[in-house]
Design a protein around this ligand. Structure first.
Ligand code: HXC
Ligand code: NAP
Length: 300
């Protein structure tokens, strides 16, 4: 990201300690960089501990400050609890949480096994709740302020054909955001969410457009009213607005940042109804090869 395009002044986030789940790669890494650049202490977690370590080193070499990597699988409630114990004991209470970690792949729903459904929903639906509840309880017990931003998709409003486990799970997290903003507002805790349109990342492109020739133009911005995909600094500026001091009265909201794609075309994968069996078989083979490569790097 070109950090000269950040809209905010240096030092704005100097009193923040923020955990970004899935912060070793993609959008999570970009948000981690933005918060660090503005003075926050940043914690990042993922199953590939080595990837988080590399990211932490890279960001600190570039900007100084403190990025702490954690190997943690958010599907495992005990692992979340242990990581947060360590953060609170060694570093102090978090002030913010970005629920960014996710899993996804395109598939016809009739081709999904139960394990395939669980692979996604256990990360997005269950893992996001486990993390939010564990941290929320610490904030309530410690009477400290806290701020959560979850990274969703515009499918929470109109459904996600060919990504049904993701769409269902993200919609549930949208409901969690609205519910906890009301239930835990009295503790000084805030809950908002961002629904990005296409911001190409390796993790997303390899699972949602596994072969650029296969008909999904979403991650090239072709079908977007603005004729382009999102730029990382645009997303990061929105995340800073929600996580930095100054706009605390925003609570319980999910904000789209998609160049009006959702308004124009639904912003989902409805175009994949045109695919034939061979295209689905090729997509699945490519996605499973990516999954296997990533899995080989997991340390938890
Ligand atoms: C059908 C598939 C499949 C596919 C995997 N499965 N890929 N089924 N079509 N393409 C099935 C497998 O066959 C298996 O079921 C089950 O899913 C579990 O597979 P594993 O590889 O063992 O899963 P696991 O190790 O738990 O990995 C989780 C994962 C993986 C979700 C499958 O993709 C992952 O770790 N992803 C993390 C990163 C990621 O997805 N990033 C993208 C975020 S983009 P069986 O029954 O055969 O054993 C995003 C939204 C973008 O979220 C929005 C854009 C607008
Ligand atoms: P990504 O790079 O693949 O990011 C996903 C991250 O989640 C990875 O770092 C992954 O790390 C982590 N993760 C997955 N399962 C985990 C688990 N069980 N425990 C801990 N960490 C886990 O993809 P991305 O595109 O940046 O996506 C980031 C977020 O943005 C997701 O919520 C996605 O749905 C959302 N989003 C993205 C776009 C887009 O266009 N890119 C659009 C809309 C929404 P490990 O594999 O090491 O665990």
């Amino acid at each position: 990201m070109d950090t000269s395009k950040l809209m905010f002044k240096d030092g704005l986030m100097r009193n923040e300690r923020i955990l970004v789940t899935g912060g070793g790669t993609g959008l999570g890494k970009e948000m981690a960089e933005g918060f660090l650049k503005l003075g926050a202490e940043v914690h990042i977690c993922g199953r590939r501990g080595g990837v988080c370590e590399e990211t932490a080193r890279e960001l600190m070499d570039k900007h100084g400050g403190k990025v702490v990597p954690h190997a943690c699988d958010i599907r495992v409630a005990e692992a979340i609890h242990d990581m947060n114990d360590e953060i609170w004991a060694k570093h102090g209470p978090l002030t913010g949480l970005i629920n960014n970690a996710a899993g996804n792949f395109i598939s016809r729903t009739e081709d999904l096994s139960i394990r395939g459904f669980d692979a996604i929903s256990n990360i997005v639906f269950r893992g996001t709740f486990y993390m939010t509840q564990d941290i929320g309880k610490r904030w309530i017990a410690g009477k400290t302020r806290g701020n959560v931003c979850s990274i969703l998709t515009t499918w929470v409003w109109n459904g996600g054909p060919f990504v049904v486990p993701s769409a269902m799970s993200k919609a549930a997290v949208n409901t969690m955001t609205q519910s906890l903003a009301v239930e835990w507002g009295r503790y000084g805790l805030r809950f908002n969410a961002i629904a990005p349109g296409p911001f190409p990342t390796e993790g997303m492109s390899k699972r949602l457009s596994p072969d650029a020739d296969m008909g999904s133009s979403m991650d090239r911005g072709v079908a977007n009213p603005m004729g382009r995909v999102g730029e990382m600094h645009e997303l990061v500026n929105l995340a800073v607005l929600l996580m930095a001091p100054g706009a605390e009265y925003i609570n319980g909201q999910t904000i789209a940042i998609d160049g009006a794609m959702y308004n124009a075309s639904g912003g989902n994968f409805s175009m994949l109804t045109a695919w034939d069996d061979a295209q689905w078989a090729a997509a699945r083979a490519a996605i499973e090869a990516t999954n296997a490569q990533d899995k080989a790097k997991r340390t938890v």
